[in-house]
Every structure is written in structure tokens, then in C-alpha cells.
Design a protein around this ligand. Sequence first.
Ligand SMILES: Nc1nc2c(c(=O)[nH]1)N=C([C@H](O)[C@H](O)COP(=O)(O)OP(=O)(O)OP(=O)(O)O)CN2
Ligand code: ZN
Length: 124
Amino acid sequence: MHTVELYKEFRFDAAHFLPHAPDGHPNKRMHGHSFRVSVFMRGAPNAETGLLQDLQEVNEAIAKVHDLLDHNTLNEIAGLEVPTLENLSIFIFNALADALPTLYKVGVHRDSLHEGCEYVGRAA
Ligand SMILES: Nc1nc2c(c(=O)[nH]1)N=C([C@H](O)[C@H](O)COP(=O)(O)OP(=O)(O)OP(=O)(O)O)CN2
Ligand SMILES: [Zn+2]
């Protein structure tokens, strides 16, 4: 059996603030970021089709999450009241998990700051 990792990336722009930052700190004020999200599926490709998961299904699942996040205030989304990179990676994983049975890991990156977070939501 051959195990592969298939991935798809998408980007979104959003505003947020960190409610637990100290009073007067810039992170406590509303500001915006550009995010890059990497969605990883893992497993063995179907022997006949050669597919782990049809990327069309992946695109459809991602479109719903993209619409929820893009050009919105993250703190106003139920479940994202504390919108750190850590919580974003968990939130996006959970939002995609039902539609993507082979989903393995979600990474959320702020490339301009050279930082990001990855959440491995399912065991290898
Ligand atoms: N562990 C984490 N630490 C921090 C997170 C996080 O998600 N996880 N997030 C932030 C802030 O969102 C913050 O905006 C990043 O701040 P900073 O490094 O000061 O970068 P700027 O916003 O100033 O960068 P720009 O170039 O202006 O976008 C902090 N810590
Ligand atoms: Zn920020």
C-alpha cells in the first residue's frame, strides 16, 4: 500500500483582534491579515482510479469555508471568538472534516510575517 498526501491551498483576507491581549496593545485593536490555508488529505489512492479524493469535492468543501471567512471579522464567527492561528487551524479542520473523510492536516499561514500553525486532526 502506498500512502500519499494530497493538498490544496486557498487564501483569504480578514479582520480580527485578540481579545486577551493587554489593554492598549495593537493586537487588541481591530486589524487585518492575508492568510494562506493548506488542506492536506492522506491515505492510499484507489487502485483503479488513482485518486485519494477527487479534488472537485475538495474545492466544493473549501468554497464554503472560504465564503465564511473571507472579508469578514473573524471574532464575529461562532467558534472563532478568539481568532489566533492555532484556533483558526482547528476551526477550519473541523469545518471541512465531515465533507472530506481523508482530511489529515490543516495549516494556516501568514506569509508576510513568516508564521503559521498546523493542526493534525486525524491520526496517520
Ligand atoms: N501564538 C500566536 N501568537 C500570536 C498570534 C497568533 O495567532 N498565535 N497572533 C498575533 C496577532 O494576530 C498579530 O496581529 C501579529 O502581530 P505582529 O507580529 O505584531 O504583526 P503585525 O500585525 O504588526 O504585522 P503586519 O505586517 O502589520 O501585518 C500575535 N501573536
Ligand atoms: Zn493579527
